[in-house]
Design a protein around this ligand. Structure first.
Ligand code: FE2
Length: 489
């Protein structure tokens, strides 16, 4: 009897006829074939295969940051998606992750909600999918009551993706910014919209969270939605599936309490009552708010501000959203939204507003109404994530501008300490390009004169040892490179 074996090796097909049926003949054949079979095995192992390993692991606090953490990651469809977690590296607890499809993308987004956690406690965890596990990470829950803590802010980030001509990233600036942020070890990170610039290409979102994982798997990444999250043909599908923030049932707005501060994320894509049905356009050009505010979001904002101001344990009220109410960047101040939400900011003495959309760093003096005041709200545009640089409208800064830079990417660093706050804009080379000191008082913030001595940094929230900046940058770059190799990106 004749049998034919086809052996694929080096792109060629060889036909081998076997004439011997006895055991010794088979053994001789196996000996003769051992080298080609070994090479075939190596070839098969090296072929790109769909890995079930969880990728792009990232965190977000629940509404109560003292006791809830949400863990999100992506991967192929699987039935055992979960997070293993505990207060020691022995873990010991398992929480199932719910799956969300991502609009025809082959990967699924998974989210596990870890609740009932202890305040001010370090937890260890790993994501699990298809029997495979992510590396082990740590996070820390928020403390109860007043504490010193650090928050970072940027918007308009992006990710290098040579396969997406619609993407936006200035070289490896977004990657380097992640490395910088990691060295600064904040308690949480606020993202004022325009995260990945995937612009309709879901694999760019995968790469974005791969890039973020070394940082956002340890630091809750609290996002507000930007205009680039409204993607052609799929709207907010990717953002909604992938960002595990605790959105309000009626929209993409939420609040997080951390120590003596309340952080309120707002959706400037839906600030006005007008229904916007278009896909992405650069700017909120069609909304006037002439028909009034989006009622659910406006009610949420006012209720949250009122409750925060009535809470004796809350000093700071910080809002964050994409479109700027005050900006001298290319897009400029969004007057429709300023006229809609600004009166609430004034009424409840909002201290700080973190914005994006204009790809600049800019900080205002305290403002009430449309006037610079001693006590008011300070608006900071941190559109310096790494997408691109924008020009300012005015060569000379308007009188309401206290500090600005549109030549460097970097991160806004906010160190809260009681009723005092020290802020900085730090560039990718770890150079501080602006420093300011604010104090919360009744009705908002006032600028404190610069102190003689640099304030002490707050206690790092993570138990891990801070790495040197260059090392973190290198690690972030390596992580992206490894991910690309693993996933064929
Ligand atoms: Fe934008």
């Amino acid at each position: 009897m004749q049998s034919i074996i086809r052996v694929a090796y080096g792109g060629h097909v060889q036909r081998l006829a076997l004439w011997r049926r006895n055991l010794y003949g088979g053994a001789r054949l196996l000996r003769r074939m051992r080298v080609p079979l070994l090479l075939l095995a190596v070839l098969l192992v090296s072929l790109p295969m769909a890995s079930a390993q969880p990728r792009g692991v990232h965190l977000a606090f629940g509404s109560d940051a003292t006791q809830e953490m949400r863990v999100a990651f992506a991967g192929p469809p699987a039935t055992d998606a979960a997070v293993e977690w505990g207060t020691t590296d022995a873990l010991g607890n398992v929480t199932s992750a719910s799956a969300k499809p991502m609009g025809g993308h082959e990967l699924v987004s998974y989210t596990a909600v870890l609740s009932g956690l202890a305040a001010n406690t370090t937890y260890h965890y790993r994501a699990r999918l298809g029997g495979e596990r992510s590396e082990a990470f740590e996070f820390r829950t928020a403390p109860i009551g007043r504490a010193d803590f650090r928050v970072l802010h940027w918007g308009d980030h992006g990710v290098p993706d040579a396969e997406n001509p619609l993407g936006e990233a200035d070289g490896d600036a977004p990657v380097r910014n992640v490395g910088l942020a990691r060295t600064l070890m904040p308690a949480m990170h606020v993202v004022a919209g325009d995260l990945s610039y995937a612009n309709g290409v879901p694999t760019t979102w995968d790469k974005y969270f791969d890039m973020l994982e070394p940082y956002a798997a340890r630091t809750p990444y609290m996002a507000a939605v930007g205009n680039h999250e409204r993607e052609a043909g799929q709207g907010f599908t990717q953002y909604d599936a992938r960002l595990p923030v605790p959105n309000h049932p009626t929209g993409r707005w939420y609040a997080v309490r951390y120590a003596n501060a309340v952080f309120i994320a707002l959706d400037t894509e839906h600030a006005c009552a007008e229904v916007v049905t278009r896909d992405f356009v650069p700017g909120l050009l069609t909304q006037s708010c002439n028909g009034g505010p989006q009622p659910d979001q406006y009610r949420f904002l006012e209720d949250t501000l009122k409750a925060a101001r009535a809470d004796a344990g809350v000093d700071w009220i910080v809002t964050y959203h994409h479109y700027p109410l005050w900006s001298d960047g290319r897009h400029g101040s969004n007057l429709a939204i300023r006229n809609t939400w600004g009166p609430l900011y004034d009424k409840y003495g909002v201290d700080l507003v973190l914005q994006g959309h204009d790809h600049v760093y800019e900080r205002t003096k305290p403002i009430r109404g449309t006037n610079v005041t001693q006590v008011g709200t300070v608006y900071i545009t941190g559109g310096t994530g790494g997408a691109s640089h924008y020009a300012f409208k005015n060569a000379d800064p308007p009188e309401w501008v206290a500090g600005r830079n549109n030549a460097e990417y970097g991160v806004v660093v906010l160190d809260f300490s009681g009723i005092n706050l020290t802020g900085r804009f730090v560039s990718l080379s770890s150079t501080t390009l602006d420093t300011f000191e604010l104090q919360h008082v009744d009705g908002g913030v006032k600028i404190r004169p610069h102190s003689e001595e640099a304030p002490a940094a707050p206690t790092p929230p993570s138990a891990s040892t801070p790495a040197l900046a260059p090392m973190a940058v290198a690690l972030a770059l390596m992580a992206v490179a490894l991910r690309r190799g693993r996933h064929g990106a």
